[in-house]
Design a protein around this ligand. Structure first.
Ligand code: NAD
Ligand code: TYD
Length: 343
């Protein structure tokens, strides 16, 4: 089979490319990535020479270029990871989120229709469900939870999800959608909570916790997410949505303390700063459907996954030190320079 993976030079997409090449060496992986600030060809260096892998530096919003790639590669399956993915950036500049996350999705689906793709899979997020209150630990997101978004990022992802469902109903495009909770693991861009805190702790810089740090996220090791998507594209039912999560809810402050503890750094590095606008309180996935229908269960416990992740950042300093020494410095100054310390 030919599997076209968009956003394969990013965090989850690259982990998915590695999994597919390892688990399904008979399949060909065609990676399409614009290489935005979040995409990094270095991440893919080990697979670039693999004859089963092909890379195109292309914007998913570029209709003509995408059409050409589909005509040339004739993908059986399309898995769309490509997105602008950081909530804080979406609050500063929503427009590019609408372009890539919504228009890009429509371009890929139009090409999928035209070239008779057998499955279009949309990688979505639990953030489309909005948030849950901190004082109702009995509540979880199911596939029936109404979409109710908070940030320009989550709204753009929800818009894309609605479009994917519409293409299924109106045009009969064979689609599936997955909505996963927060991922962590190797190759995550150091603007996201876990790698940012690891990088800052290693540099003895302050660790900027938004507000009191009591917001809850449901963390899943990236490989478990990729395995779930692999199951969905091969065995999932067309037209269905699958939630992915491992019942691993943690407060931000606790994660930050675990990282400091693992690295032997003092908690005095923690700095509470101005909260994110519209900050979602709690995300929590009910993964009963994917477990019952596809037999998926997470394999990596958080206590092991976080150790593996920290070790990966220690062993691969050149990967992220390059990133944070370039343009990212300006981003960091702009984003965090205007936040006030609140203790
Ligand atoms: P990422 O930001 O690390 O990577 C995104 C990739 O998409 C990059 O390689 C980037 O270059 C590429 N890209 C961006 N705009 C593009 C465009 N216009 N054309 C082609 N390529 C483009 O993101 P991630 O964390 O790996 O997330 C991947 C997907 O998973 C996203 O759709 C995101 O919404 C979803 N998701 C992420 C998480 C998470 O915790 N990170 C959780 C659930 C769902
Ligand atoms: P993030 O990794 O941006 O993922 P998301 O917002 O998509 O869940 O943030 C995870 C949580 O960590 C979120 O509640 C915001 C918080 N956070 C901080 O407290 N400080 C930071 O510097 C960052 C990046 C995030």
């Amino acid at each position: 089979m030919n599997i076209l993976v968009t956003g394969g030079a990013g965090f989850i997409g690259s982990n998915f490319v590695f999994l597919e090449l390892k688990e399904h060496p008979e399949d060909k992986i065609i990676c399409v990535d614009k290489l935005t600030y979040a995409g990094n060809l270095k991440t893919l260096k080990d697979v670039m020479d693999n004859p089963q892998f092909k890379f195109y530096k292309t914007d998913i919003c570029d209709r003509e270029a995408i059409d050409k790639i589909f005509a040339e590669e004739k993908p059986d399956i399309v898995v769309n990871f490509a997105a602008e993915s950081h909530v804080d950036r979406s609050i500063e500049n929503p427009e590019v989120f609408l372009e890539t996350n919504i228009i890009g999705t429509s371009v890929l689906m139009d090409a999928s229709r035209k070239y008779g793709v057998k499955r279009y899979h949309q990688v979505s997020t639990d953030e489309v469900y909005g948030d849950l209150p901190l004082d109702r630990p009995d509540l979880f997101f199911t596939e029936e939870t109404p979409l109710h978004t908070s940030s320009p990022y989550s709204s753009s992802k929800a818009g894309a999800d609605l479009l994917v469902s519409a293409y299924h109903r109106t045009f009969g495009l064979p689609v599936t959608i997955s909505r996963c909770s927060n991922n962590y693991g190797p190759y995550q861009f150091p603007e996201k909570l876990i790698p940012l805190m690891i990088a800052n702790a290693l540099a003895d810089k302050s660790l900027p916790v938004y507000g009191e740090g009591l917001n809850v996220r449901d963390w899943l090791y990236v490989e478990d997410h990729c395995k779930a998507i692999d199951l969905i594209i091969r065995k999932g039912t067309v037209g269905e949505v699958y939630n992915i999560g491992g019942h691993n809810e943690m407060k931000n402050i606790d994660i930050v303390k675990i990282i400091l503890n693992e690295l032997g750094k003092p908690e005095s590095l923690i700095t509470h700063v101005t909260d994110r606008k519209g900050h979602d309180q709690r995300y929590a996935i009910d993964p009963a459907k994917i477990h019952a229908e596809l037999g998926w269960l997470p394999e990596t416990m958080f206590k092991d996954g976080i150790k593996k992740t920290i070790q990966w950042y220690l062993d691969n300093k050149e990967w992220w030190e390059d990133i944070i020494s370039g343009d990212y410095q300006n981003y960091y100054e702009e984003m965090y320079g205007k936040k006030e310390v609140i203790e």
